[in-house]
Ligand binder design. Structure first.
Ligand code: CA
Length: 224
């Protein structure tokens, strides 16, 4: 496994490089955010949050946009790294300094197991049906299933579901929904959205899938 280590602290970097190499990893070390963004593709990135030239969060976001390689953030306790924010930026995990080498390797292996696709598995097909818990959305055929039972939706209900499912857990405002599902120039009542959400919920078998966020909009999330 080729690991990119982004760390400006020389003593941490040299001990991590030495340890990882003796454990059989191949390591490239860079000390800046710019270096990280210029580096070739790796299988995993260990990214220090506090870098001299860029905020590690920005580096994380940039890297996530360019590579599928898992990212483990290395954070100092004083940096109050917000785990949720980190995951939103695209980090797969984080390790708080000071960490033991064993802990770091355990995290690397755990993240690798979680994110690696089986060798020989077919590449991800963007047209493949999307599965979220028991819900399956096939955009190509515009069919929806819950636990393999087909759910018959109207065209707008399908578009609404597909739009919400485009970003699981993200809150979409009524205006965003209207613009994307109906028409960019819709000036009608936003109650239309609520009516469709209500009928969609009914067909999905409950309120749990589509949650209302008071005063904001709706989000799709698998029931607990
Ligand atoms: Ca640092």
């Amino acid at each position: 496994m080729r690991i990119l280590l982004v760390e400006d602290d020389r003593s941490i970097a040299s001990s991590v490089v030495e340890g990882l190499e003796s454990s059989g990893f191949s390591v490239t070390h860079v000390a800046t955010g710019a270096g990280a963004l210029a580096a070739a593709e790796h299988d995993m990135v260990l990214l220090d949050l506090g870098l001299p030239d860029m905020d590690g969060r920005d580096v994380c976001r940039e890297l996530r946009a360019r590579t599928k390689a898992p990212i483990i953030m290395l954070t100092a306790r004083s940096e109050e790294f917000d785990r949720v924010l980190g995951l939103e930026l695209g980090a797969d995990d984080y390790v708080t300094k000071p960490f033991s080498f064993r802990e770091l390797v355990a995290r690397i292996r755990a993240v690798a197991r979680r994110t690696t696709t089986e060798p020989g598995a077919p590449a991800e097909d963007p047209a493949a049906p999307q599965s979220i818990a028991g819900l399956k959305i096939d955009r190509r055929t515009r069919r929806v299933f819950i636990d393999d039972q087909e759910v018959h939706l109207t065209a707008k209900e399908f578009d609404l579901l597909a739009f919400l499912a485009g970003d699981i857990g993200a809150v979409r405002t009524r205006t965003e929904i209207l613009e994307n599902v109906w028409d960019a120039h819709w000036y009608g009542p936003t109650k239309t959205v609520d009516a469709h959400v209500a009928s969609l919920r009914k067909k999905l078998g409950g309120h749990e899938w589509i949650q209302a966020v008071r005063g904001v909009g709706f989000r799709l999330e698998p029931p607990e």
